[in-house]
Write a protein of this length. Structure first.
Ligand code: FAD
Ligand code: SF4
Ligand code: SF4
Ligand code: SF4
Lengths: 283, 249, 438, 340
């Protein structure tokens, strides 16, 4: 690498300096998860694709990656869904509309929507995995004519933990969406399916040759979801999945998110399954 | 946390070096005092109160009375922070646990041993829930300040779980193994900025072990550098007798 | 309730505050007869001597330093001296000078901590130093500045003031740089000196609060021919004169009493006193000008037998330590600092004794080693333990003398008496004179 | 190209000449047996004839600890940190360390170029020096010879007394302006040989690694390795970091700081929820070695290990990267010749 070919460092942007964005709206999604709508200075668009993430920071507390939950079709602001997991998310939970937070991004390799166009789209989302998948779901809904059927399989620990319940109700009603939901353990009032998410897959009515699938959920879910898809005859090259690793930079420098040769923040978080199926550390 | 957290400081069996270390924050003491109300601290002030937000507790538990007192403190406080090796792991006091307690009492007090009841020296966490640790012998001042500011800001302090070698290397200290000494840094939890190796002394393990230590590997290193197997484990036990109970071959 | 004619008095101060460690004051007077006046030591025993057994000579001082955080340097140096004698490890003059410097730092820090943070609140009738932050900010800031400098001597020379790091058998693992020592000297001259003068002024204004009480006492301390003995010397009693430190057991007879997890001690009388006042009474002729000026200003005279004056003797000593530290630094710099490695090759394996003056009095350590350099027997005799019988004797004389005062005032006098000794209770519960050779 | 003779007793004069122009960073003695790069205050303190420093000059371009931004909590605002331009001379650099800088240049320019690193790196001037391999050096096996002057502005080759000084760039020429050294006509002496070797070239190593994912050597090494992370922290091509927030005691000001991190540490691959993706020391050891010889190398064709021998020298458990790699090669070749 010849350094002199580069711009002079003074012209380079500071990769680690966030812009200050404002929290516009906060809503409790469940006991553990909270929704935020965030606006960049001047209402500028984030310019992301479904599946991408931002690095969110609160000064003095820390920074972490969060998937963008809104579709690029939402203009003027973007949405996040955050689960309480530790120091940063704990403090984030206490923030009210009007607070400024640091945002860097969008980062990562999102869902290549071109590959999904003209095809049936199968979304498999477990728990918090719905947050990034919602970006894709809403993208498809807002661009109905470019895609085939939309099939959603969503699984959650319990009915109390279901996220975005208003939207779920709409999806359920929407005749253009084949919507399935299940909970590991339902409360007394729960009337839907119970069982882990993979129990939904065998019953799906799929046009195998013309369906592309995207999976996101907790690490254990992947192995089982893949097995079910396989037994249904689903081809590997039609599967995409979003992975999660700790990240300290988001721009391919800090090394934390590396899986074998691949940086999740650069090559992922959304991977084409054939690219990672031989990587032992991936799943 | 409320605007000015009410802080109480207690001591159990230990050398009170950790408490002294708190009085040794000469440069920060006034800032610290500006952020909290100290409501109880026997070593420095008179008086007792009924409840507090944060209790800093030094020392290990080694008499039946200690157990009652720590339970009472836990009831009265929202957050309990263990200060120093004695409170976090049992500290040097734990060494006596490696031998039968009666034998130890006999040695020190002879026939008068029955005058003074005693238990094996226990870490606070073996009796009550401990929210955060400030490790070290004496407690590490930089870590205390980190935990303290975290609590004042209402965020969780991070407890490091990597080896002292990392911090030692970040400072580019000459490794004491190079000088022909031994060192427990490779399996000891960081957070002290490799204080002892920075002064040419070996790490004695006062901050406790990392969470998944390869002790067999550590034993091999020590033996390779001239200690007998027995001596190697004795060195490891200096501060970690309780953690190593049952692990030592 | 006690009145002018009071014949009944019951005092129990549980977990006395502003002292190091856990102790209770118990006084019982029934119909004019004093049944009990004693300091009960309730600190949990820690069995250090037993912990030392079988440990390598590299670890002995690391372990004994943990007897007490306040006196950690004293224990460490004393332990090293005992180990070096037992193993025949020669040390250099530079090592001796650096150790003397460390002792000065530790003595200053401890004496000043006691005077300002633990004793001063009594003189000003408040419960702790914290209210003084509001009422006497300049005094608190000065106290912190002096303490910081005293601690910095420890931080620079030994890596850490509490549980020092660099002093090891045979020397130091790191020698301070000339630049670091010069900076300490500058601060001692420019900051400590004026602060000491100001301290004397402050104390002078409070001297009226020091109770007048006297009891003839045997005072024991180290004494040497060439300096105000701290690091080295013979054991010297005001009753019987000097003996070498090999006779330390005779000079610190220990015995177990039921009201104390710490053992008591006596020599020629029922009790004796060690500490700053004992050192003053034995060695005032070895002190320099600043210390004498301070003593004169504060009314401390040779042959003083008012235990409350121990606090004053501590301040006088702090003045000596500051001046002598400058002299030591000058000597070290003039001789040129040498990057010496500790001498850790034993030439024998036997028994050794270390005796040092630590802030609260003489400290003795004795160890025996086997041929692998492991401890086979250990004995530590701690100053606070040596003072306990004396405290009880003082209380027995004091209570009848002040029985006309209110109970609160009697209690305060008793608490102040115990605090004047600056007792270090964690230290005192770790004594033993038992061999455990198998 | 003209060669000059830098006589042994003129080295200090040479260093002083450099110091008059720019800050000089060079090897100094540190502790009893070690060396480290330090800013030179006295020309006499520079030690050109050294074995290896614990840290390479990486520490000047990617400092062990570095503030990324300052913030003011009362205003909820942050300022980027000023990064000083590096107008400095790095004197006495061994060829492998300069090669390592080249590797880092790649890492910090590929994808998103990093201002912090590149600002520091941009104007560095390098004066290399040849070295005598000790028992741990093996840079020859990865194509880096002791007399390699690639990337240097000036290069010094050790003679019996003094050095042959070659000026390689205009920057080097400028630096030498005003110091008159005699020309050196004789040739350069041969440098010493290595005591350690990796027995196949990188092109083949990638193939070896490909087949070594499940080699038992990882488990065996894990038995001795204590996971202390030393090998990562001393490696001149390791660049991973962690980021933490520092807040002052008054909780009003603070900074976001990064510091070196390492893949041998368990925490490194932990994610929220506590799961660790390389839980075993065996998996971490494999990851470390693969990062040196496969993952990045497959993209660039170069090994990401420069053969400095630091990880082996400083590993308290005595784990040798050369032994591991040769073991993998041996196992692979045996498997290849063995009948299927
Ligand atoms: C691409 C991507 C997208 C994501 N999207 C979302 C999302 O949409 N919504 C969501 O809720 N989450 C998402 N996450 C996960 C989210 O980043 C983590 O939950 C987040 O890091 C939690 O931060 P925290 O500070 O609250 O927790 P942390 O404090 O980071 O705690 C998490 C765990 O890590 C440990 N830990 C913390 N700091 C350290 C340290 N320095 N060293 C060692 N261990 C440490 C803690 O002990 C704890 O077990 C995403 C992650 C990735 C990679
Ligand atoms: S001195 Fe100790 S802590 Fe430092 S690197 Fe060496 S082994 Fe690790
Ligand atoms: S330096 Fe050695 S012991 Fe430490 S992590 Fe690396 S290989 Fe393991
Ligand atoms: S892997 Fe080891 S030998 Fe290779 S460059 Fe890094 S430290 Fe040097």
């Amino acid at each position: 690498m010849n350094l002199s070919e580069l711009k002079t460092p003074a012209e380079l942007e500071d990769l680690y300096h966030p812009v200050m964005a404002e929290i516009k709206e906060v809503k409790r999604l469940s006991a553990m998860e909270t929704y935020y709508r965030v606006e960049l200075p001047g209402g500028e668009d984030l310019g992301h694709m479904p599946g991408q993430f931002v690095e969110l920071s609160i000064f003095g507390v820390g920074e972490a990656p969060f998937s963008i939950s809104s579709s690029p079709t939402l203009k003027g602001s973007f949405e996040l869904g955050v689960r309480r997991a530790g120091m940063l998310t704990d403090v984030l939970l206490r923030q009210q509309p009007g607070t400024k937070i640091g945002i860097r991004g969008p980062f990562g390799n999102g869902i290549d929507v071109e590959k999904f166009k003209g095809k049936d789209v199968l979304i498999i989302a477990g728990g918090i995995g719905l947050v990034p998948m919602r970006s894709m779901i809403n993208y498809v809904i807002d661009n109905r004519d470019q895609f085939g059927k939309l099939i959603i399989c969503y699984g959650s620990k319990s009915d109390q933990d279901l996220l975005f319940t208003d939207e779920l109700a709409q999806w359920e009603k929407d005749p253009a969406i084949d919507y399935h939901v299940t909970v590991d353990q339902g409360s007394d009032s729960w009337q839907g399916n119970t069982g882990v998410i993979t129990t939904l897959i065998p019953g799906l009515d799929l046009d195998l040759a013309n369906t592309v699938c995207c999976i996101c959920g907790p690490p254990v879910m992947y192995r089982f979801a893949l097995l079910s898809l396989k037994s249904k005859g689903f081809a590997d090259e039609n599967i995409y999945m979003s992975l999660e690793r700790r990240m300290k930079c988001g721009v391919g420098k800090c090394g934390h998110c590396q899986i074998n040769h691949s940086y999740v923040c650069q090559d992922g978080p959304v991977y084409h399954y054939p690219d990672i199926k031989s990587m032992q550390e991936a799943l | 946390m409320a605007d000015k957290p009410r802080v109480a400081i207690f001591d159990f069996t230990g050398c009170e070096g950790c408490e002294l270390n708190q009085l040794n924050f000469e440069d920060q003491l006034l800032d610290i005092l500006a952020h909290v109300d100290i409501v109880e601290w026997r070593e420095a002030m008179d008086g007792q109160v009924d409840e507090y937000d944060i209790a800093f507790v030094e020392g290990s538990l080694s008499t039946p009375d200690c157990i009652n007192r720590i339970n009472e403190i836990r009831r009265k406080t929202k957050v309990l922070v263990a200060l120093g090796a004695c409170a976090v792991q049992g500290g040097v006091n734990g060494m006596k646990n490696t031998r039968p307690i009666d034998e130890v009492r006999q040695e020190v007090y002879g026939d008068d041993k029955y005058l003074f009841p005693t238990l094996p020296a226990l870490a606070l966490s073996s009796v009550v829930k401990v929210d955060y640790n400030v490790r070290g012998c004496p407690m590490t001042q930089i870590e205390f300040l980190k935990v303290f500011t975290s609590l004042v800001m209402g965020k969780e302090p991070i407890e490091p779980d990597h080896s002292v070698c990392v911090d030692c290397k970040l400072k580019e200290n000459e490794c004491v193994y190079e000088k022909g000494m031994i060192c427990l840094g490779p399996v000891t939890r960081a957070g002290c900025d490799a204080h002892c190796p920075s002064f040419g002394q070996y790490c004695t393990g006062c901050r406790g072990l990392v969470s998944h230590p390869n002790l067999k590997g550590m034993e091999e290193i020590l033996v390779e550098h001239g200690l007998s197997v027995d001596e190697a484990w004795k060195r490891l036990e200096l501060y970690n007798a309780n953690e190593l109970e049952g692990v030592r071959p | 309730m006690s009145t002018a004619t009071g014949t009944n008095l019951n005092i129990k101060v549980k977990h006395l505050t502003r002292v190091e460690g856990h102790g209770n004051i118990v006084v019982n007077m029934k119909e004019g007869v004093l049944e009990k006046a004693q300091l009960e030591i309730v600190e949990a025993p820690r069995y250090f001597e037993a912990m030392l057994k079988g440990r390598s000579f590299h670890e002995a001082a690391i372990i004994t330093s943990r007897i007490c955080g306040i006196c950690s340097l004293g224990h460490q140096i004393t332990s090293l001296k005992a180990t070096e004698q037992a193993l025949g490890l020669e040390i250099s003059e530079q090592t001796v000078q650096l150790r003397k410097l460390l002792i000065h730092g530790a003595t200053m820090q401890s004496n000043l901590l006691h005077a300002y943070f633990l004793a001063a609140p009594d003189f000003l009738k408040v419960g702790s130093v914290f209210p003084l932050v509001e009422t006497h900010p300049e005094v608190v800031v000065r106290a912190l500045r002096m303490k910081r400098l005293a601690n910095d001597i420890g931080d620079v020379v030994s890596g850490r003031a509490v549980h020092p790091i660099t002093p090891v058998p045979g020397g130091f693992t790191r020698i301070p740089t000339a630049g670091e020592l010069k900076e300490l000297k500058r601060r001692l001259a420019e900051d400590m000196y004026p602060d000491l003068l100001a301290t004397v002024e402050t104390l002078k204004s409070l001297a009226g609060a020091i109770p007048q009480f006297e009891r003839e006492t045997e005072y024991i301390s180290l004494r040497s021919d060439d300096d105000y003995a701290m690091y080295d010397g013979d054991i010297c009693s005001t009753d019987t004169g000097r003996v070498p430190d090999s006779e330390y057991l005779k000079m610190s007879n220990e015995f177990v009493v039921p009201h104390s997890t710490s053992k008591h001690a006596k020599v020629n009388r029922s009790s004796f006193m060690v500490g700053a006042l004992a050192r003053w009474n034995n060695n005032h002729d070895r002190l320099g000008e600043l210390a004498h000026t301070a003593a004169d200003a504060l009314g401390l005279k040779p042959g003083c037998c008012n235990p409350y004056m121990n606090t004053i003797a501590q301040v006088v000593e702090a003045a000596h330590c500051a001046i002598d530290s400058i002299a030591i630094i000058d000597k070290l710099l003039a001789d040129g600092l040498k990057d010496e490695q500790p001498n850790q090759e034993p030439t024998k394996f036997g028994t050794g004794i270390g005796s040092t003056e630590v802030p609260r009095g003489i400290l003795y350590h004795e160890y025996s080693y086997d041929r692998q350099g492991r401890v086979t027997a250990a004995n530590c005799i701690i100053p606070t333990g040596q003072n306990l019988a004396n405290i009880d004797d003082d209380m027995k004389k004091l209570v009848p003398e002040i029985i006309d005062k209110s109970k609160e005032e009697i209690t305060l006098h008793l608490e102040m008496l115990v605090r004047a000794y600056d007792p270090c209770i964690s230290c005192s519960v770790h004594m033993l004179d038992v061999d455990f050779i198998e | 190209m003209v060669q000059f003779y830098l006589e042994g007793d003129r080295i200090s004069e040479f260093v002083a000449h450099l110091m008059k122009q720019k800050p000089v960073y060079a090897p100094h003695r540190k502790g009893q047996k070690s060396f480290s790069f330090e800013k030179t205050e006295n020309a006499e303190d520079v030690v050109l004839d050294y074995v290896r420093t614990m840290h390479s000059i990486k520490k000047y371009f990617l400092p062990p600890r570095e503030e990324l931004l300052h913030f003011d909590l009362t205003k909820n605002e942050s300022d980027p940190v000023e990064i000083p331009m590096s107008e400095a001379v790095f004197l006495g650099v061994h060829s492998y360390d300069l090669a390592a800088v080249g590797r880092l240049d790649y890492n910090f320019t590929v994808g998103s170029p990093e201002k912090n690193y590149l600002t520091r790196r941009q104007n560095a001037i390098f004066i290399g020096v040849s070295f005598e391999p000790d028992k741990f050096h093996f840079s020859g096996s990865v194509g880096i010879r002791p007399e390699d002057s690639t990337g240097c502005d000036i290069f010094l080759t050790k003679l019996f007394d003094g050095y042959v000084l070659e000026i390689l760039t205009d920057k080097g020429q400028e630096l030498m302006e005003g110091l008159n050294l005699p020309a050196h006509d004789a040739g350069k002496p041969a440098t010493g040989h290595f005591h350690q070797h990796i027995f196949v070239p990188q092109a083949k190593l990638s193939e070896v690694m490909e087949h070594s994912y499940d080699n038992p050597v990882w488990e065996e090494t894990a038995g001795k390795c204590v996971g202390c992370g030393t090998c990562n922290l001393v490696c001149p091509t390791c660049y991973c970091f962690n980021v933490e927030e520092n807040v002052d005691i008054t909780a009003t000001k603070g900074s976001r700081e990064r510091h070196w991190d390492g893949c041998m540490l368990r925490e490194f691959s932990e994610v929220a929820g506590g799961e660790v993706f390389r839980e075993t020391l065996a998996a971490r050891q494999r990851h470390r070695i693969f990062r040196k010889f496969k993952y990045i190398s497959d993209q660039t064709g170069q090994p990401w290990c420069v053969g400095c021998g630091r990880c082996t020298t400083y590993c308290t458990a005595g784990i040798s990267i050369v032994s591991i790699v040769n073991r993998l090669i041996g196992d692979y070749e045996r498997a290849a010749v063995a009948p299927v």
